[in-house]
Design a protein. Structure first.
Length: 131
């Protein structure tokens, strides 16, 4: 494969990993899930090698992905994993977001003392945290 194509592909994989992390996965989970999506089915050793997740951490990582429903395993020797398809992962995250949004809307009276100021009434944001 051409070096430029490999570099672009590597950058895209890094962006995918960062996006998955923003959606709640750990770095190891995101790397393992991405590797599994590209090469499935795969055993833990293969996922470790392809993802860069250290071998001592791969079983723990795959157990977490399995518990989260992002990977399923086939009881074989060695254990083989299949990924949750990306479309299903996205739908799962959409549903989680909608449930959290609806919860906040339903309970906003408990967390907000009065009506929130409109955009015109609020001072402009500086982009910095005041914490």
């Amino acid at each position: 494969m051409d070096g430029t194509v490999e570099m672009v592909e590597q950058k895209l994989v890094e962006q995918v990993v960062h996006t998955l992390m923003a959606l709640g996965l750990t770095q190891y989970e995101a790397k393992a899930y991405t590797a599994l999506l590209k090469n499935n089915p795969a055993n833990a050793h293969e996922i470790s090698r392809l993802s860069g997740v250290p071998a001592p951490k791969i079983y723990e990582t795959m157990t977490r992905l399995t518990r989260k429903g992002m990977a399923s395993l086939v009881d074989s020797d060695p254990t083989t994993y299949y990924p949750l398809p990306v479309e299903e992962f996205v739908k799962l995250k959409e549903n989680e977001f909608i449930a959290k949004r609806d919860f906040l809307k339903l309970n906003k009276h408990l967390i907000q003392s009065g009506p929130a100021p409109t955009a015109r009434e609020r001072p402009p944001c500086s982009g910095r945290s005041r914490a």
